[in-house]
Design a protein around this ligand. Sequence first.
Ligand code: CTP
Length: 424
Amino acid sequence: MKQSIHKLPQELQNLIMTAHHVSVNKKIPAYLVGGFVRDMLLGVKNFDLDIVVEGNGIAFAEEFARKTSGGLTTHKRFGTASVIVGHSFKVDIATAREESYPFPATLPVVTPSFLRYDLKRRDFTINAMAIDIGALHFGACIDLYHGKEDLAAQVIRILHDNSFIDDPTRMVRAIRFEQRFGFHIEPHTLRLLKKAARLRMLEKVQPQRTRDELIVILKEKNPMHQLQRLEQLVGVSFLIRGLRFTQKSRKLLAAVEKQMSWFASMHAHRRQIDQWLMRFMVLIDALDLKDTRRVLEKFAFYRGEDKRVLDSKKAAARYEKILTSSALSASQVYSLLEPLSYEGILFIKARSRHARVHAHIEEFLQRLNGMRTHISGNDLRLLGVEPGPLYQQVLKKVLAARLDGFVVTRHEELELARKLIVRK
Ligand code: CTP
């Protein structure tokens, strides 16, 4: 395995060697584990190191952070820590632990343990390999479940029959890895997955955990395949009873992907949109406002996220009609779209086939959205206006006139502002 380590980018090799030195100095056995090992064997880039130690994980992490000048976050209760090194690297360090599940789909009881038990509690054979980075066997691969064979055979396989019952989010993970790597879920694992799906196990999990796995799958590179497979094997009714990822959803997703690519190519300098959130909007497009609220509350999406989803849901149906009108002025388009998020605006565009809706939205994103007045509050102050709500009202009207082309220069804006102030 030493050769594989030597093929990694130099910075990663340095981090691994630092972890090795900490392990030697502190006499704490340490191992690379999980997705990092899988990706290293596959030759896939992964800058998130996962280290498990047999001993005090926090003490190990403190020393590692000191040596790498990394930013340390510790979770003493769980014996885990993260170290952020530079801009690109995240190193998770954990004390090896054993898990038992007193009840299905609940959080496990965790006790400190040895590597072999830590590997035993994991999801799939390809994620349950480790590489020794300690003193004696540096570079040795620990592969108790034949993960390497399964990697070569391109197979997703659970470690024991109760895996999906213990942790039903693994159903989503199995699909995610299968679709990401173009692997297949081996027949016995598939049977057990389908059984857990029939038992609606995903509905028994703490909603936030399901939400986190859903977000991760929505961030994958091939969301269409991911969601089709999710619909086929598990369904999406865990979000709310009756919900499906239909032919209509697929069409909408394709349109959304197209609009997101368009936005990325036209607006590279703007803030990046949250692509996963738009895909989530597709998933719940069939829901009315009340059910949308229920889903957002149950899965405890963050404030900024649920606002964007709700605003776009409210706007979508109404604005799609209004925006078909040829009589809309630029300032009217502006006042409709400006309060919405980019995600919301692009979603409306994706939902509509109407050329004028597209034209209005493109006009907004390409021209109107960046426009500002030449004059500012300071100019109004110099015109003798007392600070107060009048500032906003006047500036808003001047901007509208500028958007519609009635004023062009700073001088014209000032003239208009004067007239508006006198009229008040
Ligand atoms: N794991 C698990 N069961 C879960 C979640 C995680 O057994 N429900 C284990 C797996 O060994 C996994 C590791 O924890 O490899 C890290 O989990 P995570 O970071 O979610 O996934 P990665 O395998 O690193 O995959 P990705 O490339 O998507 O980050």
